[in-house]
Design a binder for this molecule. Structure first.
Ligand code: SF4
Length: 341
């Protein structure tokens, strides 16, 4: 999968549009092209992806347009069409924190569903009732699938988010969404057993308890649903992520870097063109880059793949030694995060 950032995490927009930003007058002359991807940059990236075999293969499987907030990009429909020339499976991830159907952001999402792109969301309980719920109800009528990310700080928090989804799909039609409700009910019941025990379990216990639970399901009319539960992390004022997640504070949350072993499963491409071979959205601060899709030639990109892979492999060995020697959390010279192995 290619995870392509079409927006920086600028946090300057006011929910429905960028009003105090360079996109619109009077700031528009102070261009910050590194914040919003332009169609020309998207074309350059698509052309380069076609010429770098490992990227082309990942693109064919799936391209996920994300950010920042992807729907905020005023050119997102055109950008979607450009990436669609590489893959029949282009998705867009949104926070769906949109005021109303009159918003340009919502109109862009509707356009993309008409072009057979799929929109996925992260659930935000704080804005669920106010904004997400109504638009999600519309969205599932426009497309034949949905992935929902649940980012949780504790198991009780995850349980609450599952309850929100259960109530929602019950309201949308228990018959149509019967398999979705079955899946959510199973997840909820297993999790509730753990929460009721109040043991403060570790992540291994949590995963053992979930057993053979599958996080996706198909409905009889072809609607495909998946739910991803993602633990959240404390990030210090310097932007460095903690070694342990908030829900499982006793366990080091290791990242198994497949790129070190020569298998790239995800490539994150920032709007600046920088590439990291995992789901690093910038908060992991991994220094070895796999080249720059905008400025490097295909040959240079492939050379950087190999050079950075070797650097990461060396850093990973040191990380394993540090963890075994009570030095967990120390950053190694290779610049990979201390939990990557
Ligand atoms: S070393 Fe860690 S942060 Fe860097 S690419 Fe690998 S998994 Fe991602």
């Amino acid at each position: 999968m290619l995870s392509v950032f079409v927006e920086a995490n600028c946090n300057r927009y006011v929910r429905d549009e960028c009003r105090f930003c360079h996109v619109y007058p009077p700031l528009s002359e102070h261009t910050r092209s590194d914040w919003h991807m332009t169609p020309d940059e998207a074309r350059l990236m698509a052309d380069k992806i076609r010429r770098v075999d490992p990227l082309n293969k990942l693109a064919k499987k799936e391209i996920n347009l994300t950010g920042g907030e992807a729907s905020q990009n005023p050119h997102i429909v055109e950008i979607f069409n450009i990436f669609k020339t590489l893959s029949s499976n282009v998705r867009l991830h949104t926070n769906l924190d949109i005021n109303s159907e009159k918003s340009k952001r919502w109109e862009r999402l509707v356009e993309i569903t008409k072009l057979r792109g799929r929109i996925d969301i992260t659930l935000y309980p704080t804005v669920w009732e106010l904004r997400q719920k109504t638009l999600l109800s519309k969205l599932i009528g426009l497309q034949d699938g949905l992935i929902v990310n649940l980012i949780y700080e504790s198991l009780s928090d995850l349980l609450n988010q599952l309850t929100i989804l259960l109530n929602f799909f019950n309201e949308q039609g228990p018959e149509k969404f019967h398999p979705v409700l079955d899946l959510l009910n199973t997840f909820h019941a297993r999790l509730k057993e753990l929460v009721d025990k109040k043991t403060g379990c570790g992540e291994d216990d949590f995963l053992d308890h979930m057993g053979d639970f599958k996080n996706y399901v198909s409905c009889s009319d072809g609607f495909i649903f998946a739910v991803n539960a993602i633990p959240s992390f404390y990030v210090d004022p310097k932007g460095i992520r903690a070694m342990t997640s908030l829900p499982f504070p006793k366990d080091i949350y290791m990242l198994d870097c497949t790129a070190i072993r020569g298998a790239i499963e995800i490539m994150t491409i920032l709007q600046t063109g920088e590439m990291t071979p995992c789901c690093d959205v910038g908060n992991l601060k991994c220094r070895p880059k796999f080249g720059n899709l905008l400025t490097d030639s295909p040959e240079v990109i492939l050379e950087k793949f190999e050079a950075s892979r070797k650097l990461m492999a060396s850093g990973s060995l040191k990380n394993q030694q540090n963890i075994g020697n009570n030095k967990a959390g120390e950053w190694v010279d290779e610049g990979i995060p201390p939990y990557c192995v």
